[in-house]
Design a protein around this ligand. Structure first.
Ligand code: FMN
Ligand code: FES
Length: 629
């Protein structure tokens, strides 16, 4: 083993070995948003105070004399329950911690080793309090591989990564393998790109490897423009060195000496952590000239993205890196032939690259035992929407929707916060993905099964929606997003998405006919086929997949002028419910157009011809007797 790795690992282990207690506070974006920074500061402040009177406590993790380590980790996944705190070696896991709890945690748990019951997670299914992560169903049902160290190690400590076998795969590849061997191993592992398309990574690398060129590039796609997705951000924030190690291995595989990490500018923490990790890796000789004495050189630049969804598309991304406007161009030529600055380039997603060192370490054959035959390994998903436990999860391919929604997600929530055992739909794969219904509950979630029903894994967004969701509004929401994000270069996408959005608007306004529905399907197919890049080609997916699964609800909007979820205001009829109204007269008083009449203490009525639907009456009614305004 390389001397640098051995020394760094030993230093870290010596330091960690002296720590009696290790407190890990989630410093992911979700927990920080919920107040984690104040908690971290309070811990440091309180421990500093305690340290003055009690010599067994110290605060600085990086201090060789410290016996209590406090680290801010990347996202631990269970964002819904944040801020989260783990205390080792006691194996205690506290949820929804407040700054005011810090003092008690230090006295009770850190010093006296007692558990504060009130801060433990309660499993809603059994009512039992869970002491540690191992007892919580949200974690039990996952297989954390790429996310294994996220939320465990300090992402700003290269020693922590190395202590968990970091950079050993890169060292093995640089010292023992040829580019052919690396490509062959990745091909054998069956790894498919996690950025949406599921293209075999080994094949992509091999295509770039065989291209003769003086310069080649490796690009890490950290753009992650899908609304609601935060998988790649969590990896970059929680374990940035795993991405760098994946890029070094990719560089060796194709013969590239330069890499670029393209990170969405709206992810400042990910940018900071990636830059910090690159700097540390360079300092320790894992990047730069003659890496670990192997004769191989590789440098990485971290670049902030332009903030547009289309910049995640390969050709647009490269244009953006080269300082041009982020617009796609036709393929071929493929990036592996003519990419950045006209040179062979591979572009891989963050999660794909972070999985590479794991494959090299465990071996392709063992990797293949996880997941399904044609989709080996695991996939991270951002689980959001009407589900009890939202957050970041990682499961083997082949896990069913039922397992994700009910076992990990803790079940569906109705609009009044109750639990339901069924959902209306699950939007998968982001704005250009598809929708899954109860019928697909037992479907194996993998690239091919999803494709066979017209959906896709996509980047990994999973939005669960309950029965109070209007299907047309869902399609409109996603179409609005892609229409806004269309770069406008090609007519089908620029004009087509606009027309599709208008048609959906007509349906929600009660102005559409059945012909509108037919036209919409025809246009959606035309946009899908004729668009220049993946944005336009997949933009109609939400429209097509929701029509496929919920045609009757579209027809209900068009023919019966009815929105069963009550979300299309134009289709609602103003109504005062006689069984609820007590005739207090407040509504009549606030109505600006005199549309409400009625005797005192008698149910009132509303003249729908006069009503302007300003909603003033419903806002004032204490009994919720008025709907449809
Ligand atoms: C409009 C659009 C947006 C995309 N956004 C991303 C993104 O944010 N991150 C990503 O990795 N791939 C994104 N992709 C897919 C990439 O273009 C590319 O296929 C992927 O990064 C390749 O990496 P992989 O083989 O590791 O999946 C997007 C594609 C399209 C068409
Ligand atoms: S940010 Fe803390 S669990 Fe996600």
């Amino acid at each position: 083993m390389n001397e640098t790795i051995v020394t760094l690992q030993k230093n870290y282990e010596d330091r960690a070995g002296r720590q009696k207690t290790r407190i890990t506070i989630c410093a992911g974006t979700g927990c920080i948003a919920n107040g984690a920074q104040a908690i971290i500061d309070s811990f440091r402040l309180n421990l500093a105070k305690l340290a003055q009177s009690n010599a067994t406590l110290a605060i600085d993790t990086h201090d060789d004399h410290s016996e209590t380590g406090i680290i801010g980790s990347g996202c631990q996944g269970f964002c819904q329950m944040g801020p989260l705190i783990s205390i080792e070696p006691n194996g205690i896991f506290y949820v929804k911690v407040k700054q005011s709890d810090v003092d008690e945690i230090i006295t009770e748990t850190v010093i006296n080793g007692r558990v504060i019951e009130r801060l433990l997670y309660i499993d809603p299914a059994t009512g039992l309090r869970c002491r540690g992560k191992a007892e919580i169903p949200f974690y039990q049902k996952q297989h954390r591989l790429t996310l294994e160290l996220c939320g465990i190690i300090d992402p700003e400590d290269i020693g922590a990564y190395i202590a968990h076998d970091g950079y050993k795969a890169a060292f093995a590849v640089l010292s023992e393998s040829s580019p052919e061997m690396v490509c062959a191993e990745i091909l054998k592992s069956g790894l498919r790109g996690r950025g949406g398309g599921g293209f075999p990574t080994g094949k992509k690398w091999d295509l770039a490897r065989i291209e003769p060129s003086d310069r080649k590039y490796v690009i890490c796609n950290g753009d992650e423009g899908d609304p609601g997705a935060f998988m790649d951000r969590s990896v970059m924030e929680g374990n940035p060195h795993s991405v760098i190690e994946g890029m070094i291995i990719a560089g060796k595989a194709i013969g590239a000496k330069e890499g670029v990490v393209y990170v969405r500018a709206e992810y400042p923490l990910a940018v900071k952590r990636m830059r910090n990790a690159v700097k540390d890796a360079l300092n320790k000789g894992f990047l730069g000239e003659n890496i670990l004495g192997s004769g191989f050189s590789f440098n990485i630049d971290v670049m902030e993205g332009a903030g547009a969804f289309v910049c995640g598309e390969e050709t647009a991304l490269m244009a953006s890196v080269m300082g041009r406007r982020g617009m796609p161009s036709p393929k071929p030529p493929f990036p592996s032939q003519q990419g950045l600055h006209g040179k062979p380039t591979i572009i891989n997603n963050v999660e794909t690259l972070a999985t590479v060192p794991i494959i090299i370490r465990m071996g392709a054959d063992i990797f293949r035992t996880i997941g399904t035959e044609k989709s080996p390994g695991t996939k991270t998903f951002a689980l959001t929407g009407h589900v009890a436990n939202t957050g970041l999860i990682e499961v083997p391919f082949g896990t069913t929707l039922n397992e994700i929604v009910n076992d990990i997600g803790g079940g569906v929530l109705t609009s009044d916060g109750k639990r339901s055992d069924s959902f209306k739909l699950v939007q998968i794969g982001g704005p250009s993905g598809g929708c899954l219904t109860e019928e697909n509950k037992s479907l194996s979630l993998d690239f091919d099964s999803l494709k066979s029903i017209g959906a896709m894994v996509g980047s990994g967004g999973l939005v669960v929606m309950n029965h109070n969701t209007c299907i047309v509004q869902v399609a409109k929401y996603f179409m609005n997003f892609t229409q806004n994000e269309s770069c406008g270069k090609c007519v089908p996408c620029r004009e087509g998405t606009k027309q599709l959005l208008l048609m959906l608007e007509e349906i929600t306004q009660g102005k559409a006919t059945l012909e509108t529905l037919t036209d919409m399907e025809e246009l959606a197919n035309a946009v899908r086929i004729a668009s220049l890049c993946g944005l336009g080609k997949t933009a109609p997916n939400p429209v097509l997949s929701t029509i496929r699964a919920f045609r009757d609800e579209y027809i209900e909007h068009i023919v019966d002028k009815k929105c069963r979820a009550g979300q299309c205001k134009a289709l609602q009829k103003p109504e005062i419910h006689a069984d609820i109204c007590i005739g207090c007269g407040v509504c009549a008083k606030v109505c600006p157009v005199g549309a409400i009449t009625g005797e005192k203490k008698q149910p009132h009525s509303i003249n729908t011809e006069i009503c302007i639907r300003c909603g003033a009456c419903a806002q004032k009614c204490k009994f919720d007797a008025i709907t449809g305004v």
